[in-house]
Design a protein around this ligand. Structure first.
Ligand code: ISL
Ligand code: CA
Length: 539
């Protein structure tokens, strides 16, 4: 196999909600260190940390006020160095979140830029209004206009996300220089790479009005522009190529052809990307408009991406998405079976698998009952915006329940003690009420648990080259069954996944290697939400 980051399995940590070491209710770096043995035992080789830099937390760390220091809520730089070292001892490498489309409005650069004569003025997009209106008609990702007026400056600034996240202006060469220095700072500390936040929209080709759209008016001026590709090539050539590291881009609205350009080895831009299309198959236009989950739509989309790129970053969950067992399967009668089936999918596709904290124990969506329980800025903005549009309250609440990122942000469920073992204090966000049933401790002790199934799959992936470098081919059976083969030098692994609670016939050749129901032989029929892997050697 080619690169070390293709062989390993990644685990994403949302530090705020992972493990609290000092009882203040907020997860922290010493908490992460205390769980390294657990992660090692699970078979994890890379940790991706959502932002731990200084931040006023308007968007939980995705608004950075100092790229070179650790948010005191999470610990100190020393703690971070210990984490890198301790992880390294266990053969686990760490990647950090790189958020350079915007900074926090509390970042020193932005504070200084508010003065028109400051050398930092052009680090951001400051513009005058047009005929008493905003500088252009762009809308933000978070259900607002993309411009905010600043009294002190007498002008507007651009923010594609929250008001507290002003966009950086990469037309000013100094901005890219600053970014290079920040990258080197962390790589020199032993970081193994970066997950690059919204990395395909950082270059704005123009600030003209956009075509009016339901979402993101203006995006044709910044989505995947040539200037963006140039920036990625520069960072690769001048920084990343000098370290043993990799990059995974979070690329919004990416199409297969854009994805190919971004990951093409010859172009030297990114190593892999997160695409969104499979995560959008259960929605109309935007995630707030739920659409019935269709296994067929979902699996066809995954298949398309498997074939489009030579290497994928595979994921079913992250800190922005509702929980996968609640979305793509049955988290009621078949919670355990479903979680194992989705695990089989994630670990047998071609590409690097990303597991989100809690996914490995089958954590579910949360039964929120009131908007006051929701802290996330995106949900709060949407709730306000839809009120202005006079959308009925019940419907607005359904939109929130479908799309809120909060589902993924409740504390990791470690055991059945109070607060699920996440903290000895009061957690910053309440623990999901089902922690007594779903928690890590239960599952470590039970050899048939979802968590132990993840371990088995991770080992299987490590020990079978076909799951790493084998090709991918989809097999057509029925609309509720996703079946595919991985093949390498005469070895074929056939993976069959049942997305329904009905038994289904799926007659394939091969010896049963793994069943989510612990069956010993395969009789050509799948049980509800069952997944099987068959092995066959070609003569
Ligand atoms: O959350 C979303 C939908 O589920 C997306 O629209 C999200 O805003 C987009 O994928 C960008 O996400 C990333 O950048 C944001 C941050 O809020 C997210 O947490 C991060 O993953 C701004 O930095
Ligand atoms: Ca803490």
């Amino acid at each position: 196999m080619g690169h070390w980051w293709q062989e390993k399995v990644v685990y994403q940590i949302y530090p705020r909600s992972f493990c609290d070491s000092n009882g203040d209710g907020i997860g922290d770096i010493p908490g992460i260190i205390s769980k390294l043995d657990y992660l090692k035992n699970l078979g994890i080789g890379i940790l991706w940390l959502s932002p731990v830099y200084c931040s006023p937390n308007e968007d939980n760390g995705y608004d950075i006020s100092d790229y070179r220091d650790i948010n005191p809520e999470y610990g100190t730089m020393k703690d971070m160095e210990i984490l890198i070292f301790e992880a390294g001892k266990r053969d686990i490498r760490i990647i950090m979140d790189l958020v350079i489309n915007h900074t926090s409005d509390q970042h020193e650069w932005f504070l200084k830029s508010r003065d028109k004569s400051s050398p930092y003025r052009d680090y951001y997009f400051w513009r005058e209004g047009k005929n008493g209106k905003l500088p252009n008609n762009w809308t933000s990702f978070f259900a607002e206009d993309a411009w905010e007026y600043d009294e002190e400056s007498g002008e507007y600034y651009l923010h594609l996300f929250a008001k507290g996240q002003p966009d950086l202006n990469f037309h000013h060469p100094k901005v890219l220089e600053e970014v290079k220095e920040i990258l080197r700072f962390w790589l020199d500390k032993g970081i193994a790479g970066f997950r690059c936040d919204v990395i395909n929209i950082i270059w704005k080709s123009s600030l003209s009005d956009g075509k009016k759209k339901l979402v993101l008016t203006g995006s044709e001026h910044y989505l995947s522009q040539e200037g963006n590709h140039e920036i990625l090539r520069t960072l690769r050539k001048e920084v990343f190529d000098h370290y043993d590291c990799f990059t995974v881009g979070e690329t919004v609205f990416v199409t297969p052809s854009m994805g190919r350009d971004l990951c093409d080895e010859k172009r030297k831009e990114l190593d892999m990307i997160f695409s969104f299309e499979h995560m959008e198959t259960d929605q109309f236009f935007v995630k707030w408009f739920p659409r019935k989950f269709s296994p067929k739509r979902f699996s066809r989309t995954l298949s398309k991406w498997q074939q489009a790129l030579s290497w994928n970053a595979n994921y079913l969950e992250n800190h922005d998405q509702p929980r996968s067992v609640s979305r793509f399967s049955n988290d009621k009668e078949y919670l355990e079976a479903s979680a194992k089936m989705l695990a089989t999918l994630l670990l047998t596709l071609r590409g690097t698998p990303y597991i989100y904290q809690g996914q490995e124990i089958g954590m579910t969506n949360v039964a929120f009952t009131d908007i006051d329980q929701i802290t996330d800025i995106e949900s709060k903005n949407l709730y306000k915006m839809t009120e202005k549009l006079h959308i009925p309250k019940g419907y607005r609440w359904r939109m929130i329940m479908r799309g809120t990122r909060e589902h993924a942000r409740t504390p990791m469920q470690w055991d059945d003690s109070s607060q699920a073992g996440f903290t000895t204090g009061k957690p910053w966000i309440p623990v999901n009420g089902n922690y007594e049933l779903i928690n890590m401790k239960n599952q470590v002790e039970n050899s048939g648990s979802v968590m132990n199934f993840y371990r088995t799959l991770i080992t299987l992936r490590k020990e079978n080259e076909v799951l790493l470098s084998g090709g991918f081919r989809e097999l057509k059976i029925s609309k509720n069954v996703f079946a595919y083969q991985r093949e390498l030098e005469g070895t074929i692994f056939t993976v069959i996944l049942n997305f329904t609670k009905k038994m289904v016939k799926a007659d394939f050749k091969g010896q049963l290697l793994l069943s989510t129901y612990n069956e010993k032989t395969y009789h050509g029929v799948l049980l509800p939400y069952e997944a099987v892997i068959l092995r066959e050697e070609k003569q």
